[in-house]
Each structure stands twice: as structure tokens, then as C-alpha cells.
Write a protein that binds this ligand. Structure first.
Ligand SMILES: [Zn+2]
Ligand SMILES: [Zn+2]
Length: 289
């Protein structure tokens, strides 16, 4: 039995439809009589909400949800850009990333962190065949200049990415001093506007001698996921939908590329954790069973 959100009458399930635009549950009579008007939100009985199948859609299974934004920080030289670019390549190709399934997604990597030649060399090393897009020569302080924001927006609309990386907050923000105040959320909102609904990741640096993000705590409050790149793992400090707390990793001395820590080295982890890792990394199923 489902309740119509217009007339609030409870009907048999077959008599209630979901509005294609606003997802409201509406009875056939209200639909036929054009009673239903889409609203920015919707009302639904709690019992009906609970019954809705909430399948979290993942870009990277169990790690990166297809919603919200990720604050990604780590000490300079710890391999954040490498990790992010490897992830972009995996998404673009729809191939596994750190043993996890990905959903094929077109990517846009906004690079304001490295000079073009350096960035080109990194791309050649990490993702030479990647057909995803990158925005090079993004001007420093771009988020403080409406004309630059509009330009990035225009370029993004041409490419229509399903995932965006902004690298980095320090170089893109309207002023580095702002990172230490709540006003940094104005810059975050600019990136949200550019992303306009697609998930995105923002590269940042940590506060000195800590694995917290540098700057005002509103950054950590506002993000949906917070990742910290450490030398032997990715620590997941916040993840509204993510169950895992860390990803154990190794970095190649030769190529600088990240990969999963080999399984035999996992003996110190707790039993349940190890089990989930040995079962083909099917974290979703593991959690739900
Ligand atoms: Zn109705
Ligand atoms: Zn509607």
C-alpha cells in the first residue's frame, strides 16, 4: 500500500505511480486530473521511504559514490595526483581500480597544480592512453574571477564529464588566506556550480604534521568524503556511504604507481576485514549479507 503525495489517500501499489520528474508517488487519479505539480522536494510516508530500494550507485565500488564531493589531502610528494589520475583512467575505461569495480565514466581533470610540461610527463607516465579530458593552463586563483569560472564552466559543458577532479584548492581558490576562514565555502560553491550535480574530487594539502586537511574546518564539514593519502594507505576519514576505513596500498619505487597491498601482508587485519578482501573485493555484497 502506498500513499499518494497529492491527495494522501492510500492505494494498492499498482494504483500509484512515480512522477518521472520529481519522483513523488502520485495516484493515477491525481496524475490523470493533472492535480500533481512537481515540487523541489517531495513528501512521502516514512514506511514508503523505508521500502524504497536505495541502491547507492558507486563510481568505484564501495569507495567513491556517484554523488557528492571528496576532499583528498596528503603531504606533497605522497602521490595524491598519481592516485587521482590512476582513478580517472580506470573510470574512463571502466576497468577495476585497486581491485574494485568501476562504472565507466567520462572524466575531466582540472589541473592548476603543475606546469603543462610537468603535467604532460605525469600523464605520459600514469595514464598515457586515457581518453578522458584534462583542463590545462587553468589560471591560478580562477575561482576568484567570475570570467574564469564561466570559462571553466563553458569548457566543462562541452565535455560533459561524469566526474571532475580539481587540482588543487590552494591554486584554484580566490585567495590562500580564505582557506583559513569559513568563506572558503564560497569557493567550494563555485566548484559545486561548475560540477552541477556530478561528483567531484578536490585535491588539497594537510595541516602541518597531521593528516587533517589544512585550513578551516568547514571544509571537512562540507565534503561528503574525506580521504587522506598516507605512505602505505588511503585513510578514509569521512565517507557518508563508505563502510571501509582504509585501503592498504603500495607504491612502486620505479613508476610511482599505486597498487593494492598484496594479500599475504594483510594477516594483521581483523578477520572480517580480511574476509571481505579475499572475496573478490565485493564489498557491497559483503556488507549487505
Ligand atoms: Zn492522489
Ligand atoms: Zn512530479
Amino acid at each position: 500500500m502506498l500513499a499518494c503525495s497529492e491527495c494522501t489517500v492510500v492505494y494498492a501499489n499498482s494504483k500509484v505511480k512515480r512522477c518521472g520528474r520529481c519522483s513523488a508517488l502520485v495516484c493515477q487519479r491525481c496524475l490523470d486530473g493533472s492535480v500533481h505539480v512537481c515540487q523541489p522536494g517531495r513528501i512521502i510516508r516514512i514506511v514508503d521511504l523505508v521500502a524504497e530500494k536505495t541502491s547507492v550507485e558507486w563510481l568505484v565500488d564501495g569507495l567513491l559514490p556517484n554523488v557528492g564531493w571528496t576532499l583528498f589531502h596528503g603531504v606533497q610528494g605522497y602521490g595524491k595526483t598519481t592516485f587521482a589520475l590512476q582513478m580517472c583512467e580506470a573510470l574512463q575505461l571502466g576497468k577495476t581500480f585497486m581491485g574494485r569495480e568501476t562504472k565507466q565514466t567520462d572524466v575531466l581533470y582540472v589541473n592548476a597544480d603543475s606546469p603543462v610540461k610537468e603535467w604532460q610527463a605525469m600523464c605520459a607516465r600514469i595514464a598515457p592512453e586515457c581518453e578522458g579530458w584534462t583542463l590545462v593552463d587553468a589560471p591560478e586563483r580562477a575561482l576568484g574571477n567570475p570570467r574564469y569560472v564561466e570559462a571553466i564552466n563553458t569548457l566543462k559543458r562541452r565535455v560533459k564529464p561524469g566526474f571532475i577532479v580539481f587540482d588543487s584548492l590552494y591554486n584554484l581558490c580566490s585567495s590562500p588566506a580564505r582557506i583559513n576562514t569559513g568563506d572558503i565555502l564560497l569557493d567550494i560553491n563555485q566548484m559545486k556550480a561548475i560540477a552541477s550535480g556530478v561528483p567531484w574530487l578536490l585535491i588539497h594539502h594537510p595541516a602541518k604534521e597531521s593528516n587533517r586537511a589544512s585550513g578551516h574546518n568547514s571544509l571537512e564539514g562540507n565534503c561528503s568524503n574525506e580521504w587522506s593519502m598516507l605512505q602505505t594507505k588511503l585513510a578514509i576519514q569521512k565517507g557518508r556511504l563508505v563502510a571501509d576505513k582504509e585501503l592498504l596500498l603500495v607504491r612502486s619505487n620505479e613508476t610511482g604507481m599505486w597498487s593494492m597491498k598484496p594479500e599475504r601482508a594483510l594477516s594483521a587485519t581483523v578477520q572480517g576485514d580480511r574476509q571481505s578482501r579475499t572475496e573478490g573485493y565485493n564489498f557491497m555484497n559483503h556488507r549487505l549479507t
